[in-house]
Ligand binder design. Structure first.
Ligand SMILES: Cc1ncc(COP(=O)(O)O)c(C=O)c1O
Length: 500
């Protein structure tokens, strides 16, 4: 349907101008991507300098679309970190697939409200189709329930609320956490190393209290020690508490560890505990022949989540949650109001996603997921993911072969941590002052790289010590990006701690 009226309607841009500025927007996007490989760092500005650039008053009479685009080029884009660059290795950010840009524009064009079927019938079906494709790709039941949310935190929240609704021994929909008969504490478990801080946020959001989050000791490979988990659950139950949910890390944020789902599912089954697989970073590796064995037993997880805006490269923001029993998800969020349904009881029941998650009004996120999935196809996605994993292995080889670096773990997916430990300090690395010196040295190396604009990397802490961390999940990263960045790290290491 193309309805192009000559006269513009109130609030609209005159169509000739719209077409012209629209073409300029596409040019601006193309120019931005043409230069992405050259923009690798945090813009060289202080928070005060940025704040000073955005102090102008809101205009009284409005501004033209062309003027707004010019301002975006001059003032906005240069002050944004180019997370789509091939050398962006900080946090865990997807590179933003270009097809997703077009999808976002098209989604905004029709602007359906993807909460209610009546406000976008195709949006609901496209979302359902995406969920089915994803489930099939990773080996989860295709008739599972699910929904797209804003990201990993909201996906974890959605799963934990579903677990609470399903497992509370009373009607927690009506009484929440305030049932007078309730004496037990609901408890949540995750590994003391890999567990992501978003789980703390989620426990906060449900007001379970941070003390309800039990940290289970991890094994030397950073995965949760399942024997310890079982011991803790048994003790907690004996005390009269109610173990509610285990968060398994399926690609932990520092080292990419995939925890043993089958073992965890055995423990959860024995104790009636919900098993959620937090695969924000790594779940999609379940669709890769070479990493699929790590996800053995995935179909036994009660729920799973991942961030489509991470490895899949869907532009921010988009997370996915899947719940094996669709009805459990619906029951957790279903809510009735006459103005929401507004139809005869006899009418076919359509899929209102507002019944399956925390949001009522929702963006048409599914369109960008749908287009990204279709643009790459299954094999294309596997190749992209395999490339990233291969690059992490390449980095591991470089670290292993260099005398001044310490290997901290085997690479599993695309997240890799290591440490600069030069000759002269290596022999004394266990002394407390030397450990502190190494922490500082590694942080300084990363700061210098970031300041130089060569790449964007960060540090983290591994078993308490500062380590260099690279998240290699950009679709754009190539072998030479890894080699050049590693050489620069070694170079700055030598500069900051000259061989003696
Ligand atoms: C393992 C894990 N879970 C959850 C999250 C939270 O995801 P989001 O930032 O999209 O809310 C992250 C983010 O990095 C993560 O790595």
């Amino acid at each position: 349907m193309v309805c192009e009226k000559k006269a513009i309607m109130p609030g609209d841009i005159e169509l000739r101008e719209f077409r012209q500025v629209g073409r300029e927007v596409i040019d601006a996007i193309a120019d931005y991507h043409a230069n992405l490989a050259l923009c690798n760092g945090l813009p060289n500005v202080t928070p005060q300098q940025v704040a000073a650039r955005f102090l102008d008053d809101l205009s009284e009479s409005g501004e033209s679309a062309g003027a707004l685009l010019a301002d975006w080029r001059e003032r906005v884009a240069p002050l944004l970190t180019a997370i789509g660059s091939p050398r962006h290795f900080a946090y865990v950010n997807g590179s933003g697939a270009m097809i997703g840009i077009l999808a976002d524009a098209l989604a905004a064009c029709t602007n359906p409200n993807a909460g209610a079927w009546k406000l976008g019938p195709a949006a609901a079906e496209i979302e359902r189709q995406c969920l089915r494709w994803i489930a099939e790709f990773i080996g989860y039941p295709e008739d599972s329930g699910g929904i797209l949310v804003s990201g990993g935190t909201m996906a974890n929240f959605t799963a934990l609320l579903t677990a609470l609704r399903h497992l509370a021994p009373y009607d927690s929909t009506e009484y929440g956490l305030q049932d007078s008969a309730r004496t037990e504490r609901f408890l949540v478990y995750m590994a003391d190393h890999g567990g992501h801080v978003s789980v703390t946020r989620v426990v906060d959001m449900l007001n379970l209290g941070r003390k309800s989050l039990r940290l289970v000791p991890s094994r030397p490979d950073f995965s949760m020690d399942t024997a310890e988990l079982e011991r803790m659950i048994t003790e907690d139950k004996a005390r009269g508490d109610l173990p509610l949910c285990v968060f398994a890390q399926l690609g932990s944020v520092n080292v990419g560890v995939v925890e043993p789902i089958s073992e965890l599912a055995d423990v959860c089954d024995r104790h009636g505990v919900w098993l959620h697989g937090d695969g924000s970073c790594g779940l999609l590796a379940a669709g890769l022949p070479e990493t699929r064995p790590l996800f053995k037993g995935i179909e036994r997880a009660d729920s799973l989540s991942f961030d489509a805006h991470k490895w899949l490269g869907v532009p921010n923001d988009c997370g996915v949650v899947l719940v094996r029993e669709r009805e459990q998800l619906r029951r957790a969020f279903s809510i009735a109001a006459p103005y929401l349904r507004s139809s005869l009881e006899t009418e076919d029941v359509a899929l209102d996603f507002l019944e399956y998650g925390p949001q009522m009004s929702r963006a048409f996120r599914a369109l960008k997921v749908w287009m990204v999935l279709r643009f790459f196809g299954r094999q294309g996605l596997r190749e992209l993911f395999a490339k990233n994993i291969g690059l992490a292995r390449l980095l591991h080889d470089l670290v292993r072969e260099h005398p001044d670096f310490e290997v901290l773990h085997e690479p599993v997916l695309y997240l890799y941590c290591f440490r600069y430990v030069p000759n002269g300090l290596a022999e004394r690395r266990d002394e407390p002052e030397v450990q502190t010196q190494l922490d500082r040295l590694n942080q300084e190396i990363v700061d210098e790289i970031r300041r130089s604009g060569l790449a964007m990397i960060m540090t983290t802490r591994i078993r308490g010590r500062v380590a260099i961390r690279m998240s290699i999940c950009s679709q754009r990263t190539m072998k030479e990006d890894i080699e050049t960045t590693f050489e620069a790290i070694a170079h700055w290491g030598r500069r900051l701690y000259p061989p003696r």
